[in-house]
Write a protein that binds this ligand. Structure first.
Ligand code: PEP
Length: 247
């Protein structure tokens, strides 16, 4: 049985005053039996973790090394030390802005596992790749290259995030989401065995809102969402959490 997960990615948004959102979210969803996660910018992590009780807190990236001369980077153990339980890895914005490769993501995921973090590894095709009918090949390569052999249903979550759907208001059809999620499930089962493959949670991400959440959560092999823009306010994130809890 996979626990549902509503994960918010605040990206480079949020100051101390925005931590009030945590109180409001906790009050609104104290009784829901799903996992809720917020990944704030690194400077807010420790304060958010101290304030949250039901809501888990995660990083948005980590370095592959445990320590050293890497100015501006954060080691996985530092995220844990600040109160994080999860880390997003291989988000398309990092793959693009920081030229992160599948090898980079896999090394970071190994570091995350070693530190005891749950890694949310993001995969997804660009619009050009979808239009060239290469979506499943791209996903296959990203899964094979980004996920370490030590992955299992406890330390890994996979987020399918079509690059063209992130922050654009464009959303794939439910058939398109289902095709990719079923494919990811089959790939995980083939690589890790049926038991492990079936236990890994699969999130959809890309312009999820209260208005489309219920339809997306009804798709097979969608165990939750990774939400960017709509996770920034309680008003926008709450209906998504409610829809997931009801799915
Ligand atoms: C994201 O950045 O992971 C994301 C899904 O963003 P948005 O929900 O804003 O499309």
């Amino acid at each position: 049985m996979r626990r549902k997960l509503a994960a918010g990615n605040w990206k480079m948004n949020g100051l101390a005053a925005d931590l009030d959102q945590i109180d409001a979210l906790e009050a609104a969803h104290s009784a829901v039996d799903i996992d809720i996660l917020i990944c704030p910018p690194a400077p807010l992590l420790e304060r958010m973790a101290a304030r949250a009780s039901k809501i888990a807190v995660g990083g948005q990236d980590c370095h592959a090394s445990v320590s050293g001369a890497h100015t501006g980077d954060t080691a996985a153990a530092m995220l844990v030390d600040a109160g994080a339980s999860h880390v997003i890895l291989g988000h398309s914005e990092r793959r693009t802005d920081h030229k992160e490769t599948n090898d980079d993501v896999r090394a970071k995921a190994r570091a995350a596992f070693d530190a005891g973090l749950i890694a949310i590894i993001c995969v997804g095709e660009t619009l050009a790749e979808r239009e060239a009918a290469n979506t499943l090949d791209i996903i296959s390569g990203q899964l094979a290259g980004s996920i370490p052999d030590a992955a299992n249903g406890t330390n890994l979550v996979v987020a399918y995030e079509p690059v063209w759907a992130i922050g654009t208001g464009l959303v794939p059809s439910t058939d398109q989401i289902g095709e990719v999620h079923d494919y990811i499930r089959a790939k995980l089962e083939a690589r890790f065995g049926e038991g492990v493959g079936r236990s890994v949670r699969l999130l959809y991400g890309g312009s999820v809102k209260g208005s489309n959440a219920a339809d997306i959560f009804a798709v097979s092999n969608v165990d939750g969402a990774l939400v960017g823009g709509a996770s920034l306010t309680t008003d926008a994130f709450s209906p998504i959490i409610t829809a997931l809890a009801a799915s």
